[in-house]
Structures are given as C-alpha cells and as structure tokens.
Design a protein around this ligand. Structure first.
Ligand code: KIV
Ligand code: ZN
Length: 517
C-alpha cells in the first residue's frame, strides 16, 4: 500500500524553541546548529529554530539555522505584534522554506491577565498581525495559545479570522497540559465542523505533558484530523515538557494497523538525536523513558529473558535497531585505535569530525588507562561530558587534590585557569565536594547558587565513572553543567565550573517566560 498525502503527519520539532525554554536547557549557537542539522537530516518537516525577538543570540541562531537547512521548513516564533513578526521574518527569510509562527493567548485567563485584551480587541489584533505576517511570508502559522481552555465559540471565531487573514497552519495548543485524549479529538472535530476553511489549512496539535498525556492527546488530535504534531526530542520542554517526538513517531509506526498515518522521520536516528539533546541540554533521559531510555529494551526478569531467547517478539514490540540502538555492549580498551573508536562512536550515533575525534581519543585513552573495560555507556558519558567540549570557556579546571576521610578538615587544593591565567587556592569544607566548591568560589567569586547536585554511576563496579550534574541559578537564569570521571570529586569540580561558564554566557539573554508568559 502506498502512503497518501492524506495520511501524512508533519513533524514540527520545537526542541530549539519550546525545549530550550526549559529552565537550564539554554543552548549555545554551535549546539543549536548541530541539533538543527541532525533534525533536518532525519526528516523533520518543520524546525522551530527559536524566538528571534528574545535576544541577539536567538536571532542569530534562527538566521544561521535558516541558512544551513537543506530540506526542512524553518520557523521562528513571534508574539502577535508587528515588531516581533518583522524580527522573525528578518531571521527566517534566509531559509529556502521559511515560516512565520505567531501566537496569542486566547483563553479567558490569558485575555484578562496576560495580554489584557477583550474578545473584540483580540480578534482585531489577530486579523492585523496574521495579515501582516502573510504579507511577508507565504507560510504562516497561527497559534491560539491555551486553546484547550478557550471557549469553543471564541476559539472557532478566532480560527476563522486567522484563516481569512492568511494563516496556512492553525495550531491548537494544550499549553498547560490540561486536556485529555477524547477532548483533544473533540476540539479538532468541532473546529472542522464549524470553521469555514479549516479543512483547507494544516491543523496542528501542540501538547504539554503536565498530566502525562501529551503523546496520547497528540495522537487523538491526529485521529480527529490534525496533520501536524509539534514535539521535542526526549519530550524536552517547560515544566513536564512537550510531546516526545520519538514517542509519536514510533507509536504511529508500530501501531500503524490502528493509526494508519506516516511521517518522514528516519527512526534509526532517534537514539542519536536523543543523546545529542540530552548532552546539550544537560537533561539526562530517565532510564525507563519510552523508546530512548536506557532500559527501554532491557529485559531483566527470568521470564522475559527466557521468552526473548526463544523469540524476540514475545516481549518486544519493536527492535532496538529500529530506533538506532546498536546491539554490542562492551568493547574498547587501552589498545583500541582511533579508527575503532570512530567506528564505535558512529555505531552509538555520534558523528565526529577529525579534530573532534582527536580530542575525544585523548580523553578515551586517559579513561582506558584508568578503567579496565570501557563500555558503551562510558563512551556515551565521555561524549556527554560537556565540561570538556566548550573551547571558549573562561574558566577551566587545571588540577585538583583533595584530602578527605574521618579526620577533618576536608581540604581541596585547586588550580583553575581563569581567562587564560592559572590561579590556585586551598579551601576546607564539609566534605571534599563542599571544599572543592568553596575553592571555586574563592578563586572566582560569584553570586550564583547551587540548586542541584546529582551523581550517577555510569556502569557497575568500583572503577565506574561518575556522571555529575550541577544546576546553578543566578537572578532567575539557570544553567546545567555535567561532567564524567572515575574520580567523583574531579567530575564535581568540572560540572560546577561547566555550569558557571554557561551562566556567564547566558547573563545577557532575556528569560523566555517573560516573553511567552
Ligand atoms: O504551549 C504553547 O502554547 C506554545 C505556543 C507559543 C505555541 O508553546
Ligand atoms: Zn508550548
């Protein structure tokens, strides 16, 4: 059976916009370009690259992604005013296929408290702004923010106005993750019945996961007639996140018998995308996360293992390789060469340029010297160690020696390179990690507060690497730092410094919630 256009569901990825709005998930320009390139290659139809008015950095990222994209439509977000829309157009116009996305909160709460407009004023504003966007660009998406809490009559009315003003895609967001599958479908059906022209535009669904129903709500909307799902890799996004791209794509694929829709996504790139976004955002993927979690294909219990050995279909509804998971697990050691490392990393979904490989190889050798066996998980942790990836970092950990144990005080001797100059100090603290963080504070005084400190063992065994995640907050700005090392205190120091470096870069960016609300 051939796929018809009618059954095609467009995948609109907003990892770089809504995903990046997760507190602490801010990404650098290089990181955004890398993610956008992968999204483009793996068949994402529309990439929402950012919110151009939010900052110079966002504008630059959207412009560069627009210029780089080969296949995908590149979209920028803008509020319902001319200044935002003009700025958005300036950024996306470099794309072969640009889109302007403009939105306004239509629910009673948003009308009254956020935008402070009555129904009539808002209707007029929608008409003016959508028409303005359409004068600039042929491809215009309009979103009724908080649509699922908007009165039906008003939602139908404003959708009609937006379509008449030239919108080509109408998005019905469940902004606060409030709807449920049946209601999600009913809203789309109601709009298709009541709004003239609704069947001639693309209907989009954009769900948040506050009640854990984002995937189900998106798929229900598709069954009712939506043909664009807005989602993010790993479900990254504000609060409980957005619909996870990998979940909707695989659900429609695995259960195509009851959800006969198709997407253009190459599912074998899903693991690669998941790892890349986890690394860049500093948000690790929960072990039991559907599709891309570490345990998604692990079978521990005796009954399951027995069944798997007899026939994989007994307990597996999709194959690990369908989502790009390689089968091998152990493997590299200190005698492995550069070509083997490159092949192994490719297998794990990391594509490296020659310079990057050179750097990773040095770190791999260092790890292999300290650890008998280097497992896939170790290599993934090595790649996710953001503390060593940023070339422009102002602060770097040069050396660290700690004294700890039952006889206090615990002491840290730390040398940091700050703006290229080595500086050393000795500090004490309540334990070796506290002493180390005090030493960083004393060498580089800062107001930022430590909001989270987390340690995970990458593999089993006492020589396992520890991945340390650190979240720092300063005046409402948040940054995550991550590092892995066989020495937990070294990983802690590097993760802390990594978060500080990110905060320094992010000081100038406007908080997205101030823009979206
Ligand atoms: O959740 C939401 O309503 C949004 C809009 C800006 C589309 O992200
Ligand atoms: Zn959203």
């Amino acid at each position: 059976m051939t796929n018809s256009k009618q059954d095609q569901v467009l995948i609109f990825d907003t990892t770089l916009r809504d995903g990046e709005q997760s507190p602490g998930a801010t990404m650098t320009l290089e990181e955004k370009l890398e993610i956008a390139e992968l999204l483009d290659q793996m068949g994402v139809d529309i990439i929402e690259a950012g919110f151009p008015i939010a900052s110079e950095g966002d504008f630059e990222a959207v412009s560069k992604i627009a210029a780089q994209a080969k296949n995908a439509v590149i979209c920028g977000l803008s509020r319902a005013n001319f200044m935002d829309i003009d700025r958005c157009w300036e950024a996306v116009k470099h794309a072969a296929r640009p889109r302007i996305h403009t939105f306004i909160g239509t629910s009673p709460l948003h009308r009254e408290y956020q935008v402070r407009m009555d129904m009539e004023e808002m209707a007029e504003q929608i008409e003016k702004t959508v028409a303005h966007a359409r004068n600039l660009c042929d491809n215009v998406q309009w979103s009724a923010m908080d649509a699922t809490r908007t009165e039906e009559d008003y939602l139908a009315r404003v959708c009609e106005i937006a379509i008449k003003a030239g919108a080509t895609t109408i998005n019905i967001p469940d902004t606060v993750g409030y709807t449920a599958p049946r209601e999600s479908a009913d809203i789309i059906k109601m709009l298709l019945e009541r709004v003239p022209g609704m069947d001639e535009v693309t209907i989009a669904t954009h769900c948040h996961n506050d009640l854990g129903m984002a995937t189900a709500n998106s798929l229900a909307a598709v069954e009712a007639g939506a043909r664009q799902i807005e989602c993010t890799i790993n479900g990254l996004g504000e609060r409980a996140g957005n619909t996870a791209l990998e979940e909707v794509v695989m659900a429609m694929r695995v259960r195509n018998d009851i959800m006969p829709y198709h997407t253009g996504i190459d599912a074998t790139r899903l693991m690669q995308a998941s790892r890349m976004v986890a690394t860049v955002s500093g948000f690790p993927v929960q072990f039991n996360k559907a599709i891309v979690g570490k345990n998604a294909f692990a079978h521990e219990s005796g009954i399951h293992q027995d069944g798997m050995l007899k026939h994989a279909g007994t307990f597996e509804i999709m194959r690990p390789e369908d989502v790009g998971l390689s089968e091998t697990s152990l493997v590299m050691g200190k005698h492995s060469g550069r070509a083997a490392l490159r092949a192994k990393l490719n297998d794990l979904g990391f594509e490296l340029g020659d310079n990057q490989l050179k750097d990773v190889f040095v770190r791999f050798k260092d790890l292999a010297d300290r650890k008998k066996e280097v497992f896939d998980e170790d290599l993934i942790a090595l790649m996710q160690d953001s503390s060593t990836s940023a070339v422009h970092d102002r602060i770097r950990v040069k050396s660290l020696r700690v004294v700890c144990g039952t006889e206090g005080p615990q002491t840290a001797d730390l040398t940091l390179s700050i703006d290229g100059q080595d500086m050393s100090v000795q500090e004490t603290g309540d334990g070796p990690v506290d002493a180390t963080f005090n030493a960083v504070q004393s060498l580089f005084p800062h107001e930022a507060k430590l909001a989270l400190y987390q340690v995970h063992a990458v593999t089993e065994g006492t020589d396992a690497q520890a991945t340390v995640s650190v979240r720092m907050e300063e005046n409402g700005k948040i940054a995550m730092g991550q590092s892995a090392d066989t020495d937990t205190v070294v990983a802690s120091a590097k993760a802390y410094v990594n978060a500080l470096n990110k905060l320094l870069v992010r000081r100038e960016k406007t908080a997205p919630q101030e823009l979206v609300g």
